[in-house]
Design a protein around this ligand. Structure first.
Ligand code: IMP
Length: 424
C-alpha cells in the first residue's frame, strides 16, 4: 500500500533506469510523472540495450502496468515510435500502457519553437534537447495547451491544432522565421494521435484507486533535481518539477501515499547542456571519465560534461526530496583512477560560502573545496556484495553517507541488470 519514488540527485543521467528496473519486479505499476521525451533511460538486459524516453522503465517486466501521468508532456509520434520499437523487440505493451487525459501534447510546433528560442538566446542558450519540452510547458502555464483527452474528439481537436499553429506562426513571423503549415502538421501527427486515443484515461483517478486497493506504485523521475525548474540551476534547467513536489502534482497522488524516496547519484558528476558545474574537469581526467563512463546523451548523443562527485549537490537533492536512501551508480568507472576528489563545499573569491547560490553567475564562479580520498585499482564490476568491494571503495561510500546523512542502499557496479549491490 505505498508509493516508492526514484529521483535523480544531480543534473540527470544518474542511471535511474536500472534501480527502477530492479524495483519494478516487486511493484504493480511504474509511473512517469514529469518531463517528456527529453529523458533517456538506458537499460541493458541480457546484453541488449533498450533506450526509453517516455515509456516507464518498468515496461520490460511482463505484466507491469505503465502509467504516463498528468505532469508529463507527450509527443504522440515519439510515444508511438517507442511502442513500435518495444513491440519489435518482443515486448508486448497492449493493455498495460496508460496515458493521462490531463497530460499535454508536444507538437512539432513546440519543437520548432524550442529550436528557434535557442537560436535567439545565442551565447546564453540553455542547450536544450530540442524536443519541444520548454514550449510545451509554457503552454501549460499559459493555459493554452492541448491536453491528451482532446484527441478523443477528432473534429474539435483538429480545430484546436489549427488555432494553435496560427498562434505559433504569429511568433515565427514576428522573428522572420519560416511559418508552419497546419494541414501538413496534422497529417504528420494524426495517425499517432488516433493510436494514442486508445490509451487515454484519467490516470489520477486510476492511481488513487490502485493506491487505495493496496497496490505498489513506483514513480520514476526523469532528469535530476539540479534541473528542477524551481530548485535547480535556473534558468539552465528543464521546464518541469523534477523532485518530489513534481511527483505529487504530476501523478495526482497525495503526500500520504509516499512511503520511500530513493535518490540516485552517479559516483562522479555529469551534466549536458549549458549552466554552472563547479566540479567540472576540463582536462584529461574529465575526458577519461567520459570515455570510460560512455558519457554521451541517450537522447541527443551529445558528449556529457564530466567532473568529480559534488556532495554539496547530492546533499541538497537528498534534503529537498526527503531521501530515505541513495543509489550510487557507476562506481566501477572510478576503478584505477588513483586518488579521488570529492567536493564538500565551495569558496567564492577565496571565502567559504554556504550551499548553492540562486544566482547562476555566482554559482558559476565558485571553486570547489575538495576532500581527497583513496582510490582503488581492482575491478569492482565483479563484486556482488558490499563486503567484496575494496576497502577504499567502501570508505568512499561511507564518506558519502556521513556527508549526506543518507545511507547508500544500492550500488551500481556495471551496466548489466544484475550488476547492482543491494545492501538492505
Ligand atoms: P530541455 O529539457 O530539453 O528543455 O533541456 C533543458 C536542460 O535540461 C538542458 O541542459 C538539457 O541538456 C537538460 N536535460 C533535459 N533532459 C535531460 C536528461 O534526461 N538528462 C540530462 N539532461 C537533460
Amino acid at each position: 500500500m505505498s508509493v516508492i519514488a526514484v529521483i535523480g540527485a544531480q543534473w540527470g543521467d544518474e542511471g535511474k533506469g536500472k534501480v527502477v528496473d530492479l524495483l519494478a519486479r516487486r511493484v504493480d505499476m511504474v509511473v512517469r510523472y514529469q518531463g517528456g521525451n527529453n529523458a533517456g533511460h538506458t537499460l541493458v538486459v541480457d546484453g541488449e540495450k533498450t533506450v526509453l524516453h517516455l515509456v516507464p522503465s518498468g515496461v520490460l517486466h511482463t505484466g507491469r502496468i505503465c502509467v504516463i501521468s498528468a505532469g508529463v508532456v507527450i509527443d504522440p509520434n515519439g510515444l508511438m515510435r517507442e511502442l513500435d520499437a518495444l513491440s519489435k523487440g518482443g515486448i508486448e505493451t497492449a493493455g498495460r500502457i496508460f496515458v493521462s487525459s490531463r497530460a499535454q501534447l508536444v507538437l512539432p510546433t513546440h519543437k520548432r519553437l524550442d529550436q528557434a528560442r535557442e537560436e535567439l538566446r545565442g551565447a546564453k542558450k540553455i542547450g536544450t534537447t530540442g524536443r519541444g519540452i520548454g514550449p510545451a510547458y509554457e503552454d501549460v502555464v499559459k493555459r493554452s495547451g492541448i491536453r491528451c483527452y482532446e484527441v478523443l474528439d477528432e473534429d474539435r481537436f483538429i480545430e484546436r491544432v489549427r488555432v494553435h499553429v496560427a498562434e505559433v506562426n504569429q511568433f515565427l513571423e514576428s522573428h522572420e522565421l519560416r511559418v508552419m503549415d497546419a494541414e501538413v502538421l496534422l497529417e504528420e501527427i494524426m495517425p499517432a494521435c488516433r493510436r494514442m486515443a486508445h490509451l487515454v484515461i484519467d490516470t489520477g483517478a486510476y492511481l488513487r484507486h490502485s493506491y487505495a486497493r493496496g497496490e505498489q506504485i513506483l514513480c520514476e523521475g526523469a532528469q535530476g533535481t539540479m534541473l528542477d525548474v524551481i530548485h535547480g540551476t535556473y534558468p539552465f534547467v528543464t521546464s518541469s518539477r523534477v523532485g518530489v513536489g513534481g511527483l505529487l502534482s504530476g501523478t495526482g497522488l497525495n503526500h500520504k501515499a509516499i512511503r520511500r524516496v530513493i535518490c540516485v547519484a552517479k559516483a562522479y558528476t555529469t551534466r549536458v547542456g549549458s549552466g554552472p558545474f563547479p566540479t567540472e574537469l576540463n582536462c584529461e581526467v574529465g575526458e577519461g571519465l567520459r570515455e570510460r563512463g560512455d558519457e554521451f546523451g541517450a537522447t541527443t548523443g551529445r558528449p556529457r560534461r564530466c567532473g568529480w562527485l559534488d556532495l554539496v549537490v547530492v546533499r541538497y537533492a537528498c534534503q529537498l526530496n526527503g531521501a530515505d536512501s541513495l543509489n550510487l551508480t557507476k562506481l566501477d568507472i572510478l576503478s584505477g583512477m588513483g586518488k579521488l576528489q570529492v567536493c564538500v563545499g565551495y569558496t567564492l573569491d577565496g571565502l567559504e560560502v554556504e550551499g548553492i547560490s540562486v544566482d547562476p553567475e555566482i554559482y558559476a564562479r565558485v571553486e570547489p573545496i575538495y576532500e581527497e580520498l583513496q582510490g582503488w585499482e581492482d575491478d569492482v564490476s565483479v563484486c556482488a556484495s558490499f563486503h567484496e568491494l575494496p576497502q577504499a571503495a567502501r570508505d568512499y561510500i561511507a564518506f558519502i553517507e556521513r556527508f549526506t546523512g543518507v545511507s547508500v542502499e544500492y550500488i551500481g557496479v556495471g551496466p548489466g541488470r544484475d550488476q547492482m549491490i543491494v545492501r538492505s
